[in-house]
Design a protein around this ligand. Structure first.
Ligand SMILES: [Mn+2]
Length: 326
């Protein structure tokens, strides 16, 4: 970690010490890094007797309901003026906070902890490092800096954050430091088999049906370099699955040997198409999604296109093709 990040961590720790009511929130469409990081930090700050509210930003995917501290996540609609400190995690910009943005704007002080390259440094204090694999890595260092003991519950959440944001430690961004953190978490005594079963081998039949249906829409372009699939409202109706159930499909089509860019189009509404893009070796997914006001990381990014699904597909494929030419 560089000096600036360490310095900002020091400032953030001072701010935490002088605050009593601390709110923690992350982005809409929560993932493992979002929830794991939030709960790890919340459990740690509870140990130093802070009043902690972890704000719910969206439906919590069923995969994560096993996490220790999950009941700390609450919908908040009460006193807006009572927030000493608002900490955002894994959030590239304030709009990603969804309904909690207003609470953020009402907070006396704010801290932004994140690893998105597109982060807009919107906090009073910003702890942003795009080199780490997950916000969970930053949370690990942060808790260490605060000299709070990382217990099994906190460690389980950090492990989940890092594992889910690295495709189970497969992504390019994984470093020896990542593995050193994981080694420490294992020494603390987490049950990694149990965590892995909960995270990766716990699929409902409904969700499996959605996977199968969605995979039949697979289309490839540029001699198989680009692979695209769809999840439509009709598929959700037919299978009884929800949109959250489509998590993981795009990583599956990335397995195709020819693929450089794998893309899933999710139909939220008729002209509201959420896109997730994964790239394998060289394409900058964040750059491509930025063109549609999205963002993310080099190998994983997302955006929304407000067109019908056919047109959205044409637009994103064209953008990927253009990026391939450069
Ligand atoms: Mn993340």
């Amino acid at each position: 970690m560089n000096r600036e990040i360490l310095l900002n961590m020091g400032k953030a720790i001072d701010l935490i010490k002088e605050s009593s009511n601390i709110f923690i929130a992350s982005h809409i469409n929560p993932d493992g890094d979002n929830i794991g990081s939030s709960l790890a930090l919340a459990l740690a700050l509870k140990k130093i007797n802070k009043n902690i509210v972890v704000l719910k930003s969206d439906i919590i995917p069923i995969d994560f309901t096993f996490l220790p501290g999950i009941n700390l996540i609450k919908e908040y609609d009460d006193k807006l003026d009572d927030i000493d400190l608002f900490i955002t995690l894994d959030c590239g910009d304030i709009n990603r906070l969804g309904q909690n943005k207003i609470l953020f704007e009402n907070a006396k002080k704010t801290i932004n902890i994140d690893h998105h390259i597109s982060n807009t440094n919107f906090g009073d204090i910003n702890i942003v490092d795009s080199k780490v694999t997950a916000t969970g890595e930053l949370i690990y260092y942060f808790i260490k800096q605060m000299e709070i003991e990382i217990d099994k519950d906190i460690a389980t959440n950090i492990y989940t954050a890092i594992s889910t944001d690295t495709g189970s430690f497969k992504y390019e961004s994984v470093s020896s430091d990542t593995h050193r953190i994981i080694a420490d978490l294992l020494d603390i005594g987490i049950d990694k088999s149990d965590i892995n079963i909960n995270l990766y081998e716990n699929m409902s039949f409904t969700r499996m049906k959605l996977f199968i249906k969605s995979l039949t829409t697979l289309e490839t372009f540029n001699n198989g370099k680009i692979a695209v699939i769809e999840v439509t409202q009709e598929m959700l109706k037919e299978t009884g699955a929800s949109l959250e159930d489509s998590e993981g499909i795009v990583s599956f089509i990335k397995k195709l040997s020819t693929v450089e860019a794998a893309c899933i189009l999710k139909e939220l509404e008729k002209e509201d198409i959420k896109i997730s893009l994964r790239t394998k070796k060289y394409l900058d997914a964040s750059y491509i999604c930025n063109k549609f006001d999205g963002g993310g990381h080099k190998r994983a990014a997302g955006c929304t296109i407000y067109k019908g699904i056919k047109e959205a597909k044409e637009l994103i494929v064209k953008s990927i093709q253009e990026a391939m030419k450069v």
